[in-house]
Each structure stands twice: as C-alpha cells, then as structure tokens.
Design a protein around this ligand. Structure first.
Ligand code: SAM
Length: 264
C-alpha cells in the first residue's frame, strides 16, 4: 500500500476510529488536557490560536476550545472531521474551534496564512511515514508557527514499546470494543525502527466472528534523542520532555514521549 494512512484512516474510518481514540484514551482526556494546558501556560501561551494536528474526531480540539483557546483541527479523514465538527457544535464552541480536512504533508496549503501560537500533535498522530516525510511534517509545523511558537509532540516511547513486547520483533495484540474485534499483527524492523503490519477487523454475530476489513499499519517508533535531533533539523529548539500524561519525568521506560520545542 503506497499510502496506508489514506486507506486506514479514510477508507476504513468506521474501524480505525477504535485505534484513533480507544476507550481507555478517551477516559483520561481531562488528564491529558490538564498536561497540555500546564505546558502551554509554563511557556507563556495563555491565549491564542492552536493547531490540533491530526485532530481525529476532535477529542482534544473541543477540550482546548472549552478551556478558552481558539483551535483549528486538521485531519486527513473527512469522516473524523465531520464527527469533530458535530462535537464542536454540541459543545457550543463553534466560535472557538473548527476542524478541516487536510493532509499534514501539505499543511501549508491547508492553513494558508494562518500562523499558530502552538502546534499540538497529540496521541500518536505523528510517525506514520518514516524519517524523511516525518521530518518534512515537522518543517511544515515550523512554517505555520508564529515566531517563538510552541510544539507539543506526543508519541509512544519506542523503548517502552519494545520492553512491553519483551523485545520480540513480531507482536500480536487484540483490541475489542462493542461488536468489533481488531487483531493486530506487526513486525518491528530494528534497522529503521519501523513497526509495520495489519489489523484484521472482525464483527461479532450469531454465527461467530466475521472478517470485515484488513487495515495496513505503519508506525515509526521514536526514541527521545531521535526526535530531539529531527526537531532541531526542522526549525525547532527542544526544551523539555515528559514521560506520561500526568507530566512525569521522561525515563527510558516511560510509556509516552511528550517533546516540547520552541520555534528556533
Ligand atoms: C491516533 S489518532 C489521534 C487523534 C487525536 N489527535 C486524538 O488525540 O484524539 C491519529 C490521527 O491522525 C490522523 N492522520 C493520519 N495521517 C494524517 C495526515 N497525513 N494528515 C492529517 N491527519 C492524519 C488520523 O486520521 C487520526 O485521526
């Protein structure tokens, strides 16, 4: 698959939405937003325009708008964006937030002249394409940032992922929600830190499990020092890192890697 993100997030939105916002991640949204707003405040962003880059169905967009920020969300999946704008309307924050369909690889065409006080890439919305394209996305973030704007990049911490898998290269896990079961098989390549595979999607019925889709998956798993280097080469100055959504110190086995950088 040339462009797995178009297939998985756009074509199979009804199933990939489970990966985009699993119930356990939804449940801790308020904790995540508390960390985001704490970091923004710490670095002097108390108001202004934020970009939610890879906004999904608006989980973080709505919460930041309710907090008082103006927010533009961008996502490649038209269905996710439709749901996000419905959520924005339901929350009554239409004057503060809006989500639009767009590809972060062509972000400048999407946001045109808008420049942001901070760019939030939250819950593994980065790392889908490998080093070269991921770096181009970081450069796009720098381009659409105001001078001294802030970047918050939240991804899985590679070393903790590998530890949790017992350092095996092949990994299989299951995600079950309602009548859907996703069986995910990936293979990690230690030469590139790319984790590639597929999710087989099944629906439960009286006759048992029926396969309804097969989605490609591809994630570049990043270590902190790699994101530090990549961000420095893309117009950012890294300033701090956190290791979980409560704002804990970053350690080699921290579950998350939240990198905070300032526009260089
Ligand atoms: C794991 S989800 C996270 C969603 C959201 N940030 C959250 O925290 O709820 C990743 C999102 O990235 C979006 N995405 C993937 N590739 C993209 C691209 N090239 N441009 C814009 N969005 C993209 C997907 O459609 C999906 O909504």
């Amino acid at each position: 698959m040339d462009d797995w993100t178009l297939e998985t997030w756009v074509r199979w939105f009804a199933y990939s939405s489970l990966l985009a916002e699993p119930p356990a991640v939804w449940a801790s949204t308020s904790v995540q937003v508390a960390l985001i707003t704490k970091i923004l405040k710490k670095h002097g962003v108390r108001k202004g325009l934020l970009l939610d880059a890879g906004c999904g169905t608006g989980r973080i967009t709505v919460a930041l708008a309710e907090y008082g920020f103006d927010v533009i969300g961008v996502d490649i999946s038209p269905k996710f964006v439709e749901v996000a704008n419905e959520r924005i309307a339901r929350a009554g924050v239409e004057t503060k937030a809006k989500c639009v369909v767009g590809d972060l690889r062509r972000l400048i065409e999407v946001v045109k002249d808008l420049r942001f006080d901070a760019i939030i890439s939250w819950f593994s919305s980065f790392g889908f394409y490998g080093d070269e394209v991921d770096k181009a996305i970081l450069r796009n973030f720098a381009w659409v940032s105001k001078p001294h704007g802030l970047l918050l990049l939240d991804v899985e911490n590679r070393d903790s992922v590998l530890k949790a898998r017992g350092f095996q290269t092949s990994y299989r896990w299951t995600l079950e929600h309602g009548d859907k079961v996703l069986i995910i098989n990936t293979k990690y390549d230690p030469w590139t830190s790319m984790d590639k595979g597929k999710a087989d999607v099944y629906e439960k019925s009286d006759e048992g499990l029926k396969k309804v889709a097969e989605m490609s998956l591809q994630f570049r798993l990043y270590a902190l020092h790699e994101l530090v280097k990549m961000s420095k080469e893309s117009g950012w100055h890294p300033v701090e890192a956190y290791g979980d959504w409560t704002g804990g110190e970053f350690k080699p086995d921290s579950p998350r890697l939240v990198l905070v950088a300032k526009r260089a």
